[in-house]
Design a protein around this ligand. Structure first.
Ligand code: SF4
Ligand code: SF4
Length: 143
């Protein structure tokens, strides 16, 4: 079953790399550490969620946010992320997603090779098995 899951995930990664990223690719494999399910940032049109009231409103509008509860805060100073709340998901048990087949789209999208994010220094989470790379062959660098 695990081999089949890995095989399907490799195909999805390859399709994602081909379809959605012209310049950057996603490399590596999931180590199943669960970190991406307990260090989630949410945002709305005003920026990252930094208070309870904003998140309660989002939960009222979209039931999916009810999966999540606060798990920490970004302390990095002088950054738009400063003070942003980190959320964890209630469906994570022993570092496994209990609703894997039915998980939300934004879970399926991690990590996304968003050029703007990467160019601003964005990376995957520390110790994540995935990383971003540039989709260029050695020859292209010499042109
Ligand atoms: S942080 Fe990376 S390695 Fe860990 S569970 Fe998420 S995708 Fe997998
Ligand atoms: S639904 Fe599953 S994949 Fe998505 S955050 Fe929760 S545990 Fe992680």
């Amino acid at each position: 079953m695990n081999k089949f899951k890995n095989f399907v995930e490799d195909i999805i990664l390859s399709v994602k790399n081909r379809l959605f990223s012209s310049k950057y690719i996603i490399k590596g494999k999931c180590r199943q550490c669960g970190e991406c399910c307990r260090n989630i940032l949410f945002s709305n049109e005003n920026g990252y969620v930094k208070d309870e009231e904003t998140f309660k409103l989002m939960q009222k509008k979209h039931l999916i946010y009810r999966f999540f509860s606060p798990n920490g805060k970004v302390t990095k100073e002088g950054d738009e992320l400063e003070g942003a709340i980190l959320f964890k998901c209630k469906h994570l048990k022993n570092n496994r997603c209990k609703i894997y087949l039915f998980r939300p789209i934004f879970c399926r999208d991690y990590p996304a090779a968003n050029p703007k994010f990467i160019e601003m220094g964005g990376t995957t989470l520390d110790n994540c098995g995935f990383s971003f790379g540039v989709d260029k062959s050695f020859k292209n660098y010499l042109k």
